[in-house]
Design a protein around this ligand. Sequence first.
Ligand SMILES: *Cc1c(COP(=O)(O)O)cnc(C)c1O
Length: 238
Amino acid sequence: MPNQNDSLAGRLAGIQSRFDNAFISAGRNPVDGTLIVVTKNHPAQLVLDLLELGGRDFGENRDQEAAPKAKEVADSVGTGLDYRWHFIGQLQSNKVRSVLQYSKIIHSLDRPSLLTAIGKEVQRKLEVEPEYRLGVFIQLNLTDDPARGGIQPANLLDFASQVSAFSAIDLLGVMGVASLDRQPEEDFETIRSCSEQLTGVYPHARFISAGMSQDFEAAIKFGATHVRIGTAITGTRV
Ligand SMILES: *Cc1c(COP(=O)(O)O)cnc(C)c1O
């Protein structure tokens, strides 16, 4: 147990320092970035260990796994500790209600039908909680195949205007996953140019969710604000 904790602490500290250095090299301030530890495939205890080490932002990609984990974490930390779940995986419309119970930031808004489902649930929540707000990133389709998930760059502004029709939904920015077929820099450049288009119309939607264990430093160089790091911190999956 001490060994495992030591190595988790060591990996977190190592990634945090690479994260800070990548921001500084890009002439940016690390406090403007968010390091999300992706805890999928790991138990609630890992999240509790990370909370103790100062981690506050956690990413999950499947509701079936995340919902019970979020409950277990909430039950053991109680109130008073400020931490956030970021939902980063493909989201089925029938899981929206469950996900919005623990997550206030969705990185994977990738299609109009999901926006409709989210909009309905947000409306329902507003009736009991008038101050309720949800943050969303529009997930981009970086492939040439329109059948793949995500909003194609050419449709970004149109989709953003649909998102902005919901007054309780904050459009945070764009999200992308670099393709394995080419250099990640090419995709990060595309994401950056989409972000520039978006902020031209919606100046507050300035965040960029991009970069994972293998490519987060490059993503930060291209403007990423939210990086999603799993294995480089959590180790191999159990
Ligand atoms: C799993 C996952 C990550 C983290 O991947 P690592 O390579 O383990 O850092 C980031 N983003 C998404 C969308 C994921 O599903």
